[in-house]
Design a protein around this ligand. Structure first.
Ligand code: ATP
Ligand code: MG
Length: 578
């Protein structure tokens, strides 16, 4: 499976082809393009294509164009165009002056359609859509010729010109290439080149009411821009003969070649724009940038660093066969990256109050803590400590099992960077729920060590009751309950949606430094995971998204192949840290 990092992830069959072309002097400069259709936001699958196209251009000293494949105004919107540009930039790539649109070439494409007609290689077909579909044949049966196939050139030119002039309603006629209705490859059975669509276009307004199909626009746009290597996903393999046919039969200024690579598929994830559009429109998520979405905008909001996405794509590598990549393989570089860059902070997600009875009332001490043990240059910060604090509810058990090393009646634990405390009394409400722990502290253990050398097995995070800040914390789980959504339901992805993909926690308490967290900043909440400040934050009331939990199941699975990968982050560390 392709999830294994390639031995030399910098090298792959695409790069080999490019190198060979340069060596043989078939090209002197490499020119690639990333050609999104602006009918949705970019997702992690697109990131693979972006990293490949912009990546090879960089490596071979060439250039990569950003080209909007804007040939279907019925579905395309300016919002998507803006979002795509933002996301490509965020991912770390720059098209410089090379921003193009298929719509830039509408006039030239129209002329070229005329060229085909004059050469007897295209015709206007009046056959109704359904009938045309039925006449196309099947994989085992040839198609049938349209009765309009042998229309004289002059009549075709006249009708095509009148299609452009707006004389006919949507769907009344199409322009088709005249290739071969019995071709084994269905794409060569007189494919449609132009259709009538009375719809305003974000860029060309109402100038056009006929629009070229993807097949007619794509290769010709490549040729106009001098693209040398047109890299796309495997589903276009069957379109390549048509791509080549058009290039051969048109007076194009250059001869690009198309190469196909495997689509990226990830467990628990659906990467289909059509389905993602449905999720947004039907309100299953809060928008294209919902942190559960596999979109680049969603991942950014969730706190996934762009560098981690690039690294993930590099490790997946380029294969010629489609495969399903393990989710853990995506999570690994995210944790790796955040571990190095994210500041450590303390946050209590489900607070339980602790009163330290022998600590002086009204006294506040500042405890100094490292910002990032992985990066001494990140320095330290001061966190206020007092008589009343909050700890995590799940860090206390009244009747703990053997391996529970946190708070329990009579048990002594370390409060991170502060003191050792011992639980003396458990206070409950009428319903029998624990609402308060009364503890004592040992003043000699300031900083978290004991002069007499006695050990405690648990180290808990905490925040001061008086000086912490209230926060909302949003916990995310996978959007689907199955690694292969739709597989058991004949493609009904909705049936596999995870009803628990979002859990919102209110009344969380975070250390004071987090009150002013910058939107988009990702920090590590000690013992919990990585969290990113959300744009919904307001002054004094931050909102955080859990980017990812702490446990790295991938690294563990790598180390011990028998250990099952996956699963959720455990609430605490495996062993106490000083
Ligand atoms: P849909 O999701 O409906 O199939 P699309 O994602 O292919 O649409 P485009 O905007 O045409 O939409 O994609 C732009 C480019 O990104 C194409 O060259 C396409 O091959 C590539 N791409 C799309 N999805 C993936 C994927 N999962 N893995 C790799 N490349 C992809
Ligand atoms: Mg596509």
């Amino acid at each position: 499976m392709a999830a294994e990092p390639a031995a030399d992830a910098g090298r792959d069959f695409i790069r080999d082809i490019i190198q060979a072309d340069l060596d043989a002097k078939r090209h002197t400069t490499v020119v690639t393009r990333f050609p999104p259709e602006p009918n949705g936001y970019l997702h992690i699958g697109h990131a693979k294509s972006i990293c490949l196209n912009f990546g090879v251009a960089q490596e071979f000293g060439g250039r990569c164009h950003l080209r909007f494949d804007d040939t279907n105004p019925a579905k395309e919107e300016q919002e998507f165009i803006d979002a795509i540009k933002r996301d490509v930039n965020w991912l770390g790539f720059d098209w410089g002056e090379h921003l193009y649109h298929a719509s830039d070439y509408f006039e030239r494409l129209y002329e070229w359609a005329g060229h085909l007609i004059r050469n007897g290689k295209a015709y206007v077909d009046d056959t109704p859509v359904e009938e045309m579909r039925a006449m196309r044949g099947t994989l085992t049966e040839p198609g049938r010729n349209s009765p309009y196939r042998d229309r004289p050139v002059a009549e075709n030119l006249d009708l095509f010109q009148r299609m452009r002039a707006g004389e006919f309603p949507n769907g009344a006629r199409v322009l088709r290439a005249k290739i071969d209705m019995s071709a084994g490859n269905m794409n060569l059975r007189d494919p449609v080149l132009y259709r009538i669509l009375h719809a305003a276009h974000p860029r060309t307004g109402t100038a056009w009411c006929i629009y070229p199909t993807y097949d007619f626009a794509h290769g010709q746009s490549d040729a106009i821009e001098g693209i040398t290597h047109s890299l796309c996903t495997l589903e276009f393999e069957d379109h390549r003969p048509l791509y080549d046919w058009l290039i051969e039969n048109l007076p194009v200024p250059s001869r690009p070649r198309q190469y196909e690579f495997a689509r990226l598929n990830i467990e628990y994830t659906v990467l289909s724009k059509r389905f993602l559009t449905d999720l947004v429109q039907k309100g299953h998520v809060k928008g294209w940038d919902d942190p559960r979405m596999p979109t680049l905008a969603g991942m950014r909001r969730r706190g996934v660093p762009a560098a981690a996405i690039r690294e993930f794509v590099r490790r997946v590598g380029m294969a010629r066969a489609n495969s399903l990549v393990e989710l853990a393989m995506f999570e690994h570089p995210v944790r790796e990256h955040l571990n190095k860059t994210a500041a450590r902070r303390m946050a209590v997600l489900r607070p339980l109050k602790v009163i330290i009875d022998n600590y002086p009332e009204g006294k506040v001490e500042e405890v100094e803590l490292q910002n990032n043990p992985e990066d001494p240059a990140a320095g330290t910060r001061k966190v206020p400590f007092g008589r009343e604090i909050y700890v995590e509810r799940e860090d206390f058990m009244e009747d703990p099992p053997k391996k529970f090393f946190r708070l329990a009646p009579g048990r002594e634990v370390r409060l991170r960077g502060a003191y050792y405390v011992t639980c003396r009394e458990v206070v409950k409400n009428n319903a029998g729920e624990v609402i308060l722990l009364r503890c004592t502290y040992d003043p000699a253990t300031r900083g978290g060590g004991s002069p007499d050398g006695r050990k405690v097995q648990g180290t808990l995070h905490w925040v001061s009751a008086a000086d912490s800040v209230e926060a909302e914390i949003r916990l995310y789980d996978t959007l689907f309950t199955r690694p292969d959504p739709g597989a058991a339901t004949g493609g009904d992805f909705f049936a596999d949606l995870n009803p628990a993909s979002l859990e919102v926690l209110g009344g969380c308490r975070v250390e004071p430094a987090l009150a002013s967290a910058r939107v988009g900043e990702t920090v590590q909440f000690e013992r919990q995971g990585y969290f990113c400040a959300d744009p919904d934050s307001s002054p004094g009331r931050p909102v955080f998204n859990r980017t990812i939990g702490l446990r790295d199941s991938w690294a563990k699975a790598q180390a011990a192949p028998n250990v099952q990968a996956g699963g959720k982050s455990p609430p605490g560390p495996k062993k106490a840290r000083p």
